[in-house]
Write a protein that binds this ligand. Structure first.
Ligand code: PEP
Ligand code: MG
Length: 593
């Protein structure tokens, strides 16, 4: 038996076995409060100022080393520079030194903590990641205060890199070929570490609360990026098991990737488009490599975050048109801003909202700030000249918002026409169905749009009344709950009755246990993280439509989620025993309880 098994969130699949190396542990725990004689205060202020200046120089050097195709990483470093230069951080630390005659380390910790408390009142995952950024910047300054700069260029041998958190500035400095896996204390599915690990195709587990306590440098560890587990000091049997699992995973990946460019078609000839969800420009290569038939969801929020100024129309136009032409003739579905005022604090300041998830987000935000919305719509309309672009609007609750979005869309077209600017007037117009109210009026909505995309991540959250980021209620996050299954079916039927297409772009689309049920409903497309595309295509290509409709019938008859999950597991395990070894399913959440 391993000395200990610790758990986190799997963000990049695969298995790695190797020696642990800690890049950084949280240094802010237990910084002692040293009180200084008054006459040392100016010297201490100078030391603090020097550490800030040195950190700024490091970050600038790291940013300049980033290749052009990783420009999103450069943006994150820019945001770190912004935090570093924000008077709220440095000014507060200096004040503590001056007023309390304390050491710079303690003053810095206190200043970071103050800033983090401002953020921690907000529950949004993006904001939590920004809190992580403040801490990361603080820790870099702390390293300089200690005269202890991490040397990432000197890693010897191949290692499993452990860290409290990984910043883009850290990752550009390290020799990537020496790293076989990442594990971090902080982080979530959308954090930088996950994105980087997926693009490097190395296993990674983030959000491992016990990492720093449990793992020592040099420990032999197994990182299970399939299930989100880390085994410390495994025994022979565990090593043999995971070595085999790792090899099976590699073989499986090689085998599925060979067929990933074949169409998503069942054995009896029913077609479904398999598309990819992306957030960053740099992910487009994975869309193509993994055989996705297009981008079914471009989350555009990233471009607006980590900066003070809003992106200009031309900046957005360039990014969208680059994507459209690289993907062409495949389609690119651009979702307009799904952001709340709290996520844009740097530009809009902080709006007083007790519950931001229920607040001014997505279309509601855009209705309040139509100029921001119009800039994006104009960029999309112009970019649509370069490829097969579609547009869709998030968080639509009913006809009023839909008509508002449409009117603004038409207003932008009229403006561009008047200005003689080239744009595509034929761009398909769709909405996300992700609120229970939209499901209930989907018959009406379907009459006025070209397509639906069902966002189950939010649909489950708002239907079950749970915060999708809250682990205490994650057992209720059940995609096959009878209520959810019925809502999805209702939406698909409403779309088809109106003669429009309907897809699904929540995490559920990448869950092999759910896919046959969605196929049985007659879904036209599924959009998922690019890495999931080959495996899901393979499952589709081995299925027959009548199997799926039979399964759907049983699922619709089931009255409880436990029964449905059992039923689906039994049937799907029998059908795809090999495939399912390598998947984490949303259905596992119930078992984790
Ligand atoms: C969803 O809600 O299912 C979705 C795909 O959008 P997001 O995860 O960006 O809210
Ligand atoms: Mg959503």
């Amino acid at each position: 038996m391993a000395r200990e098994v610790i758990k986190g969130i799997p963000v990049a699949a695969g298995v790695a076995i190797g020696k642990a190396l800690f890049l950084n542990r949280s240094r802010f725990e237990n910084v002692p409060r040293r009180v200084l004689p008054e006459e040392f205060v100016p010297q201490e202020l100078e030391r603090l100022s020097q550490a800030f200046a040195d950190t700024g120089r490091d970050l600038e050097i790291a940013r300049d080393k980033i290749p052009a195709e990783l420009r999103d990483h450069a943006l994150i470093i820019d945001s770190h520079l912004m935090i570093l230069r924000d008077p709220k951080l440095k000014g507060a630390a200096e004040r503590y030194v001056r007023e309390q005659a304390v050491c710079a380390e303690w003053a810095l910790e206190k200043a970071v903590d103050d800033l983090r408390q401002v953020f921690s009142a907000l529950e949004d995952p993006y904001i939590r990641e920004r809190m992580g950024d403040v801490r990361m910047v603080g820790e870099r300054v702390l390293l300089h205060l200690a005269g202890d700069k991490p040397d990432l260029t000197a890693i010897e041998g191949r290692v499993v890199l452990m860290a409290h958190d990984l910043a883009p500035a850290d990752t550009v400095e390290m020799q990537i070929d020496k790293i076989m896996s990442f594990a971090t204390t902080q982080g979530a599915k959308t954090s930088h570490t996950g994105i980087l690990a997926r693009s490097l195709q190395i296993p990674a587990v983030v959000g491992v609360a016990d990492l720093e306590r449990a793992v020592r440098d040099g420990d032999l560890v197994i990182v299970d990026g399939l299930r989100g587990r880390i085994l410390i000091d495994p025994d022979e049997e565990e090593l043999a098991h995971y070595e085999e699992l790792g090899e099976q995973f590699q073989t499986y990946q090689k085998s599925i990737i060979r067929f990933c460019h074949l169409p998503g078609e069942t054995r009896d000839g029913y077609s479904i488009s398999v598309m990819a969800n992306i957030e960053l420009f740099e992910e487009v290569a994975q869309v193509l490599d993994n055989g996705a038939e297009g981008v079914g969801l471009l989350r555009t929020e990233y471009r607006y975050m980590n900066r003070r100024e809003l992106p200009t129309e031309n900046e957005l136009y360039e990014e969208y048109s680059d994507l459209a032409s690289i993907l062409s003739p495949r389609s690119l579905t651009i979702r307009t801003l799904d952001i709340g005022a709290d996520k844009m604090f740097s530009h809009f300041g902080h709006l007083e909202e007790t519950n931001p998830a229920m607040g001014l987000r997505a279309i509601r935000f855009c209705m309040r700030y139509p100029e921001v919305f119009k800039t994006q719509i104009r960029a999309i309309l112009r970019a649509a000249v370069w490829g097969n672009v579609k547009v869709m609007f998030p968080m639509i609750s009913g006809l009023k918002e839909l008509r508002y979005a449409k009117a603004l869309f038409q207003e932008c077209q009229a403006e561009l026409r008047r200005e003689g600017v080239d744009f595509n007037p034929e761009i398909p117009f769709g909405i996300m169905v992700e609120l229970p109210s939209a499901v209930m009026v989907s018959e009406f909505l379907a009459q006025e749009v070209d397509f639906f995309s069902i966002g189950t991540n939010d649909l489950i959250q708002y239907s079950m009344g749970i915060d999708r980021t809250n682990r205490y209620v994650s057992y209720l996050y059940q995609p096959l709950h009878p209520a959810i299954v019925r809502m999805i079916k209702h939406t698909v039927d409403a779309a088809h009755q109106a003669g429009i297409e309907v897809g699904l772009c929540g995490e559920m689309a990448a869950d092999p246990f759910c896919v046959p049920i969605l196929l049985g409903m007659g879904m036209d497309s599924l959009s998922m993280n690019p890495q999931a595309v080959p495996g899901i295509k393979r499952i589709i290509r081995q299925t027959k439509m009548d199997e799926c409709t039979d399964l759907l019938k049983l699922v619709l008859e089931s009255r409880t989620v436990s029964r449905t999950n059992r039923l689906v597991r039994d049937i799907i395990y029998q059908r795809f025993p090999e495939e399912l070894t390598f998947y984490t399913s949303l259905l596992d959440m119930e078992e984790a309880q």
